[in-house]
Design a binder for this molecule. Structure first.
Ligand code: DMJ
Length: 643
């Protein structure tokens, strides 16, 4: 049997322990877990020995104290200064008697230590007899105990705060029979999407409706976090699908665990998970959603540990290590990602009474306010180490979009008291109108992309959300340009509808051009797909709420029918690869935002306005409704906007 070389306490791992073939014929291979356990046992035996040795050290002072203690108990105190005689009728004990008693006591202790030591060795031998599996099981049990303790600590009840006015969470039934039928059809589509996810993808992030199994992408890291469940909850709730809602709640309660070694997108986890959990909490009042949201937010906070406080795009939920996407310009963070945290983080501070979340997002805002903006535009890339812009690209679509949306919604969510956010929104929109918004030869208003001093005449499906944003921001706009912004919203809605109408499937492509003879049509093959995105329907819904022009319901119904016809398969709903092809192929992904956003906006489009009224609710960028906060007497962190 070879003796393992123990390394000093330097943080290095111990080398594999070779216990020899004769002693453990089945365990010739490395036994890391069991070895650790054995080492622990040997160490504990060693400590017991040391403890024993401690008593045998020739420390006379200790012996004296020990003697005195015994005498105090057994024999009345002897005052030797008075000659060692019989005092007060008690016997005075001589030196020889004391020594005898010492020896007896020492012998007793020695026996006890010997017995303890033997017991420890016996236990160690017992352990050594156990199989690798038994030892692993014991270690696992110990680990579970510790985890349970930690969980208990994490699930401490949060301080109660007054709930905002939660109006219109169970309303919206339209009187008109046709509209009611359409609404029911959307609910049926939701049921189809949910039931299939329930059957084939339960607990996975998303569903592959054709392969009929779970699906995920790198934004969710490498663990199964049930993204579809969390994203779908509030849609289930407002549709009155309460059994399904409860199933989702139960899964979240029992399975949603953020202590995983998984690197996730801070933005996506914020808008889908934190937004989804907060909305589910406000709608249902179930504490579990609030607790989970706060636990998750705590895991995102290390992403802000950068030299500037601009968060990394990704963070490992366990280690807290952050980094940026490899493809982003010069190691930059993305405007639409670090700029789309405000709504959720303000709610987190409100619900917990902890200003940490609020301070993080306000710090980002302050930093952005100090920076120079080329032509008044915010570039999409910002380096979190240097605090300098990366490439000067600006977009109201991918990489930029929801940053502008959250400026407006920060103002709305604060009951219109966060005027700083409103000003930033107004300034940004003015620059966007001046530099990015144009009319095509055929009269279609479009929003292009700014790339190094040049306007690319291309618009993304993602950009189509801006129609709804302009309409939502019309009221309260600078110089009372409400009519102008409502009109701009209508023009964008029209252009985006054209991008749908000019395809074979009547579903919109990912990006479309306004160049030469081409208008609102995708040119490149890799821009012809439709992945169940919501933005065009989102704009129809906002336009419907503000104008009640029936064409928006009609356009929404066309889109719903096209989705049902071309994206529905027996295992759920799938994206399609080419909206110009009459025999499209599927991408085999049912995106979580299809349930969170696309179907929710369609359902709202065919509901009355008293379902989630816009005076009381603000939708996050993943369509999760959060209530307006009336913070007149609340200070989130000394910001005048919230006093
Ligand atoms: C959603 O996750 C959100 O709307 C986000 O802001 C960008 N787009 C996707 C859906 O298209």
């Amino acid at each position: 049997m070879t003796t393992p070389a123990l390394l000093p306490l330097s943080g290095r791992r111990l080398p594999p322990l070779n216990l020899g073939a004769s002693a453990f014929p089945h365990h010739r291979a490395t036994l890391r877990l069991s070895e650790k356990f054995i080492l622990l046992l040997i160490l504990s035996a060693f400590i017991t020995l040391c403890f024993g040795a401690f008593f045998f050290l020739p420390d006379s002072s200790k012996h004296k104290r020990f003697d005195l203690g015994l005498e105090d108990v057994l024999i009345p105190h002897v005052d030797t200064s008075k000659g060692g005689k019989n005092l007060g009728g008690f016997l005075i004990h001589g030196q020889g008697h004391d020594e005898h008693r010492h020896r007896e006591e020492e012998e007793r202790l020695r026996n006890k230590i010997r017995a303890d030591h033997e017991k420890a060795l016996e236990e160690a031998k017992e352990k050594l007899k156990k199989s690798r599996d038994e030892i692993q099981a014991e270690i696992q049990t110990e680990k579970n105990k510790v985890l349970q303790e930690l969980k208990k600590k994490d699930s401490k009840p949060l301080p109660p705060v007054p709930l905002p006015n939660l109006i219109g969470i169970n309303s919206g039934e339209p009187a008109d029979l046709d509209i009611r039928e359409r609404r029911n059809k959307i609910k049926e589509m939701m049921k189809h999407a949910w039931d299939n996810y329930r059957q084939y993808g339960w607990g996975h992030n998303e569903l592959k409706p054709i392969a009929r199994k779970g699906h995920s992408t790198n934004i969710f890291g490498n663990s199964q976090m049930g993204a579809t469940i969390v994203d779908a909850l509030d849609t289930l709730y407002i549709m009155g699908l309460h059994d399904e809602f409860r199933e989702g709640q139960e899964w979240i309660d029992k399975n949603l665990d953020f202590s995983v070694n998984s690197e996730v997108s801070v933005f996506e986890v914020n808008i889908r998970f934190i937004g989804g959990l907060l909305a589910a909490y406000y709608l249902s009042g179930q504490e579990v959603f609030k607790i989970k949201a706060v636990q998750l937010a705590g895991k995102l906070l290390p992403a802000f540990n950068t030299p500037t406080g601009i968060p990394w795009a990704m963070v490992n939920l366990k280690s807290g290590v952050g980094r940026n996407w490899g493809w982003a310009s010069a190691g930059s963070s993305i405007l639409a990602e670090f700029g789309t945290l405000h709504m959720e983080f303000v709610h987190l501070s409100y619900l917990t009474g902890d200003p940490v979340y609020y301070n993080k997002v306000m710090h980002i805002r302050k930093l952005l306010q100090k920076m120079d903006r080329p032509n008044g535009l915010y570039p999409n890339y910002l380096n979190p180490r240097t605090g300098r812009w990366g490439q000067h690209h600006t977009s109201v679509g991918g990489l930029g979009d929801s940053f502008y949306e959250y400026l407006l919604k920060a103002w709305l969510m604060s009951d219109k008291t966060d005027t700083e956010a409103r000003k930033m929104y107004d300034d940004a929109i003015e620059a966007i109108e001046k530099h990015l918004i144009r009319k095509s030869n055929g009269g279609l208003t479009f929003i292009g992309e700014w790339k190094n001093g040049h306007l690319e005449r291309k618009m993304g499906h993602l950009t189509c959300f801006a129609g709804g944003m302009f309409a939502l921001g019309a009221d309260g706009s600078r110089d009372d340009k409400a009519g102008h912004y409502l009109q701009l919203g209508a023009e964008i809605a029209h252009t985006c509808h054209e991008s749908y109408d000019r395809t074979t499937l009547k579903l919109g492509p990912e990006a479309f051009k306004f160049d030469g003879g081409v208008e609102a049509v995708a040119v490149r093959q890799n821009e012809k797909y439709y992945i169940l995105r919501p933005e065009v329907i989102e704009t129809y819904w906002y336009m419907w709420r503000f104008t009640h022009d029936p064409k928006y319901r009609q356009w929404g119904w066309e889109a719903a029918q096209a989705i049902d016809k071309y994206c529905r398969v027996s295992g759920g709903f799938s994206g399609v690869k080419d909206v110009y092809s009459s025999s499209p192929t599927y991408d085999d992904v049912q995106q979580s935002f299809f349930l969170a956003e696309t179907l929710k906006y369609l359902y709202l489009l065919f509901s009355n306005d008293d379902l989630l009224p816009l005076d009381n609710w603000v939708f996050n960028t993943e369509a999760h409704p959060l209530p307006v906060l009336h913070l007149a007497n609340t200070t989130l962190s000394g910001n005048p906007a919230y006093r």
